[in-house]
Design a protein around this ligand. Structure first.
Ligand code: PA5
Length: 478
């Protein structure tokens, strides 16, 4: 593949089909063309807001430029990745939220589904783990399967103040010290350019750590295409240039204020209309195990960006819809009954794949049992695609709105397109809602309350307040 070849790129174009959202398919349960037209001015102004503020660090819109402004950094990352691959047996990301979900998602999407279990010669790169929790059992389990002295740890934290990440750092640093390892030999920081505790730690080592910058105007959940995601991906041998080229390609497809000519704006307008109808559940259902964790990544992007108490005019709006992750076909046997017959409160977004990495023929057999025999001679690819289409159709027949994003194949270029599409969709939706898409005051409050509970200096008053709020009333304990 040559990801710079225009013809190849066009063959890999990610598309959105929203026929099953519209009244032509759903009758009075669907959206009318006139409803979309009525929003065209508002949509154009949401587009204009994003276009006008592209790249502005002060508005946290630096992510829009990541496909274009990282040539030097990409070369540096590729060099470091090469060294890491030759020197280490394991690569572990320490981070949480936006500093972890992207690296896990890209790993799952683009590497072998049992990557860590592959024999060394087939894996051809370090084993890969992302520790995005502070569950003690999980940390102990990690320590059972890695050899810390043969591990490169990538500590990713924009603020350098996140208790979870810093806890992981403290534990790992102690283990490495006890093994006589010099920390900068085995640890890479990805953090803010100038501030935060990782910078302080680095300064205390005389600047000896290898560091990558999480740019000022890029928030955690929009950071997969900066060093947060690019370094782990490059260490895994993922083609990061192709991923960025995919994002740029999608950016090009979204360069019109006209809904019918901008896939991200179309998705945003559909989501906005359904929000206003009171549909408050937004399900993302990839029909691909490789894209299973795309739903986790998307849920954070959507939830943390759009779940906001007030709008830009100071009105209390309590905006947002609940993003739910689902997996086809697995959740057909778990959730789809609810989607088809439960409340009319959901919009389902399918992610479909035209050409899976392999088709997997289904062997002939059991010809005397027609219920089983009919499967022989088909492929698993045909089966999963048929089930995907059948579920979308059944939902439509039941008057349930759904639309489909199709990837011609799962590769770096299409993943870059998909991420950028969903990021832009989120930014446009936030602009339609007139809210700040890029802050997370709720999460910050939780972080501060944790500091207080663990006795951090300066948080004494909050500790007392939490203690009194949490004083258990025995009447309500059963
Ligand atoms: O998207 C976000 O901003 C958050 O999810 C953060 O990424 C998360 O809280 C971790 O923060 P930090 O990178 O500062 O450690």
């Amino acid at each position: 593949m040559d990801f710079n070849d225009k013809k190849w790129q066009d063959g890999m174009r990610v598309t959105v089909d929203y026929n099953y959202m519209m009244s032509k398919s759903l009758g009075d349960k669907g959206i009318k063309d006139s409803e979309i037209s009525a929003l065209s001015e508002k949509a154009a102004s949401a587009y204009g807001y994003v276009a006008k503020n592209r790249g502005k660090d002060e508005l946290f819109m630096g992510w829009t430029e990541l496909p274009y402004n990282q040539n030097e950094i990409v070369e540096d990352i590729l060099k470091t990745a090469k060294e890491v691959r030759s020197k280490f047996k394991y690569f572990v990301v320490l981070g949480i939220g936006g500093s972890a979900l992207g690296p896990i998602m890209a790993f799952n999407a683009l590497k072998h589904l049992h990557y860590n279990e592959l024999p060394d010669d087939k894996r051809n790169g370090p084993k890969f783990y992302v520790e995005d929790n502070v569950d003690p059992v999980r940390m102990a389990a990690l320590l059972d399967v890695i050899e810390p002295e043969k591990t490169c740890f990538n500590v990713i934290s924009k603020s350098g103040a996140t208790s979870e990440t810093m806890t992981q750092y403290l534990i790992i640093a102690d283990i490495l010290k006890n093994k006589g390892v010099s920390l900068p030999d085995n640890i890479i920081f990805t953090t803010d350019e100038k501030k935060g505790n990782l910078i302080k730690i680095d300064q205390s080592f005389g600047g000896a750590f290898k560091k990558y910058v999480l740019p000022d105007g890029v928030g955690g959940r929009f950071s997969e295409m900066c060093p947060v995601g690019l370094l782990p991906a490059a260490v895994l041998g993922i083609d990061i240039k192709a991923m960025l080229a995919g994002a740029a390609y999608m950016d090009g497809l979204c360069s019109s204020p006209d809904v019918s000519n901008n896939p991200a704006l179309a998705c945003a307008v559909l989501q906005y209309i359904t929000m206003k109808q009171g549909k408050n559940i937004n399900v993302l259902m990839p029909y691909s195990d490789n894209l299973k964790l795309m739903a986790d990544w998307y849920c954070q992007l959507w939830a943390e960006s759009l779940g906001k108490a007030v709008d830009y005019d100071g009105n209390v709006v309590n905006a947002g819809t609940t993003a739910v992750k689902s997996l086809g076909v697995t959740d057909q046997h778990s959730q789809v009954q609810l989607y088809i017959e439960g409340p009319f409160d959901k919009v389902i977004t399918f992610i479909s794949v035209s050409e899976y990495a392999c088709a997997m023929p289904i062997a002939h057999g059991c010809e005397d049992i027609p219920d089983v025999g009919f499967l022989g001679g088909h492929t698993m690819q045909e089966l999963i695609q048929a089930e995907n289409k059948a579920t979308a159709y059944a939902l439509m027949r039941a008057g349930r709105m759904n639309y489909t994003i199709t990837l011609p194949a799962v590769n770096e270029f299409t993943l870059g397109q998909l991420m950028y599409l969903l990021e832009l969709q989120t930014a446009y939706t936030g602009a339609l809602l007139n809210i700040n898409t890029f802050n997370q005051p709720g999460v910050e409050n939780g972080k501060k309350a944790t500091f207080a509970l663990l006795g951090k200096k300066g948080y004494e008053a909050q500790k007392a307040e939490i203690a009194s709020a949490a004083a258990p009333d025995k009447k309500y304990i059963v």
